[in-house]
Design a protein around this ligand. Sequence first.
Ligand SMILES: Nc1ncnc2c1ncn2[C@@H]1O[C@H](COP(=O)(O)OP(=O)(O)O)[C@@H](O)[C@H]1O
Ligand SMILES: [Mg+2]
Length: 331
Amino acid sequence: MASGNLLRQLIKTGAEGNLEAFKKASEDVIQEEREKHHHLLASDLEKILYGRSSVTSQPFISLIKQVPSDKERGLPLLHIKEPLRRLEDVILSDDNRSLIDEVLQEHHRQEVLKSHGLAPADRLLFCGPPGCGKTLTAEVLASELGLPLATVRIDSVVSSYLGETASNLRQVLDFVASVPMVVLFDEFDALAKERADAADHGELKRVVNAFLQLLDAYNGRSLLIAATNHEGILDAAVWRRFDEVLVFEPPNLEQLRKLLACKLRGLRRNFEVDSNEITNLFKGMSQADVERVVRRAAKEMVLAGKEFLDERHIKSAIRREDVRQARMKRG
Ligand SMILES: Nc1ncnc2c1ncn2[C@@H]1O[C@H](COP(=O)(O)OP(=O)(O)O)[C@@H](O)[C@H]1O
Ligand SMILES: [Mg+2]
C-alpha cells in the first residue's frame, strides 16, 4: 500500500477539489506501487485515473473509411481494429514488462513530458522467434492506451514498382501521423524479403532505406511498432532508429507457470500448474504452442464429457501437437 504521506496528500487534494494536485498525487501513488512491483494494481489505478476512451465510437468507424490504399491495385494499406486483450492477458519477461510500463507511462503523461520539451517513446522494435507475443503485445499496448490498433499490410504496401512501394509507405505514415493509433508493421522484414527475391540487391536496400528515412522523419501522434522474426537480417543502422528494442523469447520456468495459470483460467482441473511434472511437459515450447496445447486439451476434455482437465488430456494434446510439428517440418 501507498505510504501514509502519499495517502494524506491524495485525500487532502481530493477533498479540496484541487484536480491538478489530485492527479499529481494519484500519479505519485501509482509510481510508488509500480516501484514495489505491484504492476496489476498500478495499471488498474492508471485505468481509473486516465479512463479509457472507447474506440468503437463514430470516429473509429469513419477512420476505417479513410484508410489509404495502393493506387495501382486499390488494396487497403492498413487494417484497423479495436484491441481487446489487456495487460493481464500477456506474460512478459521482467525486462519487457518494465519497458512496456515505461512506454505506457510516457504516453499517459505526455503533456508533462512535452512541457519539458520531451516526447514519449514512439518507435519500438519487437523481435524474436514466432509465437512469443510480439503481435499480442502490440494489441495490449493499444488497448491500454485506449487507441485503435492499425496493422500495416506489408503485402499491399509492397508493389512491383519501387517508387510505388515508397509512396505507399509515405501514405501510411502520413495517415497515422494525424490520428493517434498504435501502428504495427508486423513482420516488416517482408518489405525487404519481397525485394530480395527480385534479385536486385540494390533495390532491397533502397526500400528498407526508404522505410528508415520515413521513420526518422516521423513526428506524428501514433505509436509505431515494427516487429520481426528475423532480427538477424537487420543491421545496426536499423536498430539505432528505435527508441526501445524488446526481445521476445520462449518462456522460462516462472513465465511458463504464469502462462499456464493464465491460459487455464476458469477451467476446472485436477493438477497443480506449479508441479514440475506438468511444466516439464511444456519445455521448449513457445507461448503460442502452449496455448494451442491447452486449447486442444480443453476440447478433448469437453468432448469426452469430463468436468475436470487431467494431465492425461495435456499429454495427449502434446502428442498431437508433436505430430503437427513433424508434419510442418516435413512440409
Ligand atoms: N507472451 C505471451 N503471453 C500470453 N499469450 C501469448 C504470449 N505469446 C503468444 N501468446 C499467444 O499466442 C498467440 C500468438 O502469438 P503472437 O503474439 O502472434 O506471436 P508473435 O507475433 O511473436 O509471432 C497470441 O495471440 C497469444 O494468444
Ligand atoms: Mg506476429
